[in-house]
Design a binder for this molecule. Sequence first.
Ligand code: IVH
Length: 693
Amino acid sequence: MKEDVKKRVTELRRALHRHNHLYYVLDEPEISDAEYDRLMQELTALETAYPELVEPDSPTQRVGARPLEKFETVAHTIPMLSLENAFDEEGVRAFDQRVRRFLNTDLPLLYTAEPKLDGVAVELVYENGRLAEGSTRGDGYTGELITPNIRTIKTVPLVLLNTVSVVIPSRLEVRGEVFIPVEAFKELNEERLDKGEPPFANPRNAAAGSLRQLDSRITAKRPLEIFCYGVGVVTDLEFTSHWEILQALKALGCRVNPNIKPKAPLEEIVAYYRDLLDRRHDFPFEMDGIVVKVDDLILQKRLGEKSRSPRWAIAHKFPPTQETTRVLKIDVQVGRTGALTPVAHLEPVPVGGVTVSRATLHNEDEIRRKDVRVGDTVWIQRAGDVIPEVVKVITTKRTGVEEPFQMPSVCPVCRSKVFRLQDEAVWRCVNANCPAQVKERIKHFSSKGAFDIDGLGVKLIGQLVDKGLLKSYAELFFLDKATVTNLERMGEKSAQNLIDAIDKSKQITLARFIYALGIRHVGEHMAHVLARHFKALGDLMSASREELMGIDEIGPQVSYSVRAFFDNPKNQRNIERMMVEAGVEFAPEETVAEEPLAGKTIVLTGALESMTRAEIKARIEALGGKVSSSVSRKTTYVVAGKDPGSKLDRAEELGIAILNEEEFTGLLSSQTMRQRGVGELASQIGEEGYEKG
Ligand code: IVH
């Protein structure tokens, strides 16, 4: 009996390792998610029944282990060096010259160039094909042992693949960069803000912070990935070129960046750099440049290294997403929840391809910590699509006339006294009728993920509130056409359209309704959690804090703000006006069965004119679809807007259905019409796109 179990466990592990590799590393799954889950469940069940069979490299062990007291340190057998930088083409050409002078040759050399990811360098040690150790680079000589954390990263193989082409070395030290992809980073930060936790400044910090958790169960929840780019000690294998090393790593199941330029002369490397720089924002990960490496290992050996960096490689950096500029003034914005956010107005400066003229200073403590003054020269940075922020002041540029900033003691908009609660970093205007807050609340209320009222823009909301025509979002439903027609830049027709859009929005799902209310710490995700649990608004409104805290994912903060919101008589009155007097009605929740894009993965490339990326994503997700940043066989559609990137080529290569903007918006709106055979329609459009590709 026990022998049978052992055999089955081995079989299941082998299968799961293989499917894991197909899915995560190659992005080419052979079985459905459901099938994968079934195998995993079977293995989990067997390991629960026979705990003595559990092994650290079982596919079930990626969920994290018990917390460590502290990290042990470990010496790297071969030091993990750093790289010299080149900031322009001249720098790379000079590198090529230096290398050839050192080798005493006029002949052109071949280089292999790779994207340089901005994450955390790690070393993975495989002993007889099993992951034995994972460590950080540390100071290059000794790093921290973070094996349990490394195990949670799904793109890190727990056992190496058995192949015919490469034997499994008895010891293999793999080096690579652990990072968080851009989209996942945004989601992670949104989640943190939802929970009232401080967001990470950039994907690099998020990756570093996630890897340095003593509790690997926390690491397991972070969207970490890896690309492997080199080796330390390797037994049993002989290599002659760097490219060969990368190929071998790939064959052994390690994830290697698919965008590498192998064995090319300098001119091609320069062209490769320009191409990647052009398309840097099309990739699912953040790059800070490329790494150019002499490909021939014999030459590498002859070149050797200087104290901290090899002579055979150089990092050719992209222009920074950090820049210096001057603070012209600091003003204070009032948000939806009354939070006062100081904002620096800057001398406009291009940063990573976008002109930046404002940056957030977060809150009073941050300004004080960084000591930002009006007139200061500062470093600012943009990370992904996150709002630019002031990183630090260049104090050596001070002339003495810079003025320290004082947080106002009254709200800059409504002049009420402001308060700073204990344990909070922000000052708040607590006047719920403050026009700034009212405007922000209405903006949120009518946004895409909430009531989704077409044609109600920021300027219009501004006019309505300033003229005293709107004091709360509930009053939106009582606007009449004559009032709207009288506003600036409004005609009969647009007024009617707005009234119609407001009327149409009255059919809304509970989750969207909850989100629209703008309860602190209740973002879209939390709203769904609440809607799913309570199903009826009345039940949510009367739920006690204890009941709320009993729900998975809901903690003290959310339960407090939910309770506080519904205890407020003004909010109760607003809800009553909407539900009873205006006739807002709950539409059936967008359930799985009714999600016409369920199971469909959509990749966007190029710019669309009718919607922003965030809006598109929200629409697709609302219909049950998934937005992915890279094209694979799993992709259902690729939507190509203006100036599409390489994703379009890849889609054509794989024969994935390609939609243009019109077809895509048609698809989205057709999906909302319940009665039609939605799947049918989608596949028709798909077919059309397919022929084009
Ligand atoms: S090669 C001796 N390749 O850049 C060679 N490094 O400044 C050293 N990095 O600590 C590294 N992508 O964290 C190499 N494709 C790549 C890389 C890469 C990112 C990082 C790595 C290293 C740092 C060097």
